[in-house]
Ligand binder design. Sequence first.
Ligand code: SF4
Length: 358
Amino acid sequence: MIDINDRALIKKAIDKINKLAEKIDKLKIMHVCGSHEHTICKYGIRDVLPENITVVPGPGCPVCVTTQKEIDTAIYLADNGYVITTLGDMYRVPGSEKSLMEKQSEGCDVRIVYSISEAVKMAKKERDKKFVFVAIGFETTAPTTGAELIGLKDKDVDNFFILNCHRQTPPVMEFLLNEGVYLDAFICPGHVSTITGLKPYYSLCEKYKAPMVVAGFEPIDVLMAIIMILRQVVNGEAKVENEYIRAVKPEGNVLAQKIINEVFESIDVPWRGFPVVKNGGFGLREEYKRFDIYEHEDIPEIKEKIPKGCICDKILRGEKLPTDCPLFGKVCTPLNPVGSCMVSDEGTCRIFYKYRRI
Ligand code: SF4
């Protein structure tokens, strides 16, 4: 068993990266997980990479990729008498005019919950009110939403709905490879891959000839993933590899996949910073549509207003870093976020603010 925090091992890994990089002209690697960005910033991994190897953050934070329109919809519902239940981070994301937190201070019934189950319990107890749970997240949280809806399917609960903002990660990776900025390889998300396994990456890797390595979240995991990618490039290969074998099984979490397939189907949806991503969302299947707030409430067309100067879209597409934003750390801070990337602990701007400004 290796010690993942062994300094000598880390030094050895950095030396290996430098050696392999000598045989490569230029390489741009993207990761799609806020936790990877955390590790990279916290341990200064970008600072130890050779100049020709770049690792950029992509759309890996569920709060960040939720569109302004979805936040404005939650606010519209709060204004129209619904009890909005949400995880803490979503509460602070600015909508076009206000955040859910500001709406709460104006008297709307907005409640922070730790899980969808807590929201369902509230709805069962307060039957005279209509509850909406803002369901966000990737393949990691969709099974929890799904399991709760399966449990409710045959129950007499008609005052609980979800604002479904769940999204699928591999389709946005395909979008980036196909139409996004130039990039050569992916560090695949560790958490998401515990659910999906390796299967979704094989076709992408084959089609776009892009090396893909699933990685864990210790510094040595990220360094090892970079080594594995560089090795593939040097050997003229493009394959899917799993660095995070202690958590990710090739087949993923079969039970969670079953729940997802029972409740959701793939749909095309926009992500913040992206146009519509083919199969980028999880839509509720017919049998579960009664929980979809869009089926229950006639929500008017909402036009988004993106804050002036905010470049969250470019950051989420890996085109820019937070330090390229004129508002970063001046007008936009974790206490006064202007865009979604400054709100959550998984958001690139928030992570940069936490570690890079020290
Ligand atoms: Fe948007 Fe703030 Fe990030 Fe700039 S620093 S991109 S305003 S979230």
